[in-house]
Ligand binder design. Structure first.
Ligand SMILES: [Zn+2]
Length: 227
């Protein structure tokens, strides 16, 4: 009798001990946590970030055209680049000078023959781009000396003499921007971006004028599809 009771208590105590220690570990050890560690997804984080600064500085420049004229658009086929062959100048001074010119029939010019003037810091702010009345009214130019290029060529002049020196860095930035915007907007292909000397025997726009660099800046944008 005493022996049987003792034996029963021992076995109950044993069961009570076993239950808490066996059941919880069987659940918590259940291993679904282990395969949930696919770590190799971190490297792609470095790829998108370097592309952002490459694109963003260019986009606002190429997408923006602050020179859209109010007048009905003329058919433009060329961009003709010039220098003033002078150390200083601005729209007004060139306008006054060109008023004294006469065409083949002896008629005086209407005024400045170019569509845009880019200053060099002497007379106009360095790198400033100023459209003339010929651009605003979409009139033919009086700058090329050849009818087709006057009729359909956008005349851009940079103040300076590029037989003696190069355009200023600010002028170079501006002429690239202007040529890029105009060629994109009016679908003027790169080979039709020319110097005055390409259509008439003249030194203009000067031996130091970086025409190929300007064309190149437009061509790069062509290939990137950013125009
Ligand atoms: Zn010229």
């Amino acid at each position: 009798m005493f022996f049987a009771t003792c034996c029963l208590m021992w076995s109950v105590g044993c069961l009570g001990c076993y239950r808490p220690s066996v059941v919880p570990p069987a659940v918590s050890i259940g291993g679904p946590i282990v395969p949930a560690s696919p770590l190799p997804t971190s490297p792609p984080l470095t790829l998108p970030s370097p592309q952002v600064p490459d694109v963003s500085p260019v986009t606002p420049i190429t997408r923006d055209n602050p020179w859209k004229p109010d007048a009905a658009l003329r058919e433009w086929k060329y961009i003709v680049l010039h220098h003033t062959a002078s150390n200083s100048g601005d729209v007004e001074s060139i306008h006054e000078s060109h008023l004294k010119n006469k065409d083949k029939n002896g008629n005086p010019w209407l005024g400045i023959g170019y569509h845009f003037v880019i200053g060099n810091g002497s007379g106009m702010t360095d790198g400033a781009i100023e459209p003339t009345f010929r651009w605003k009214q979409q009139m033919q130019g009086a700058h090329a000396g050849v009818a087709d290029y006057n009729q359909h060529g956008i005349g851009i002049v940079l103040v300076g003499n590029f037989e003696d020196g190069s355009p200023s860095p600010a002028q170079l930035v501006s002429v690239k921007r202007l040529v890029r915007v105009l060629s994109r907007e009016y679908e003027i292909e790169t080979l039709r971006i020319i110097g005055h000397g390409d259509v008439k025997p003249t030194e203009c726009p000067g031996t130091h004028f970086p025409l190929s660099e300007i064309r190149g800046s437009v061509a790069v944008l062509d290939e990137d599809g950013l125009r």
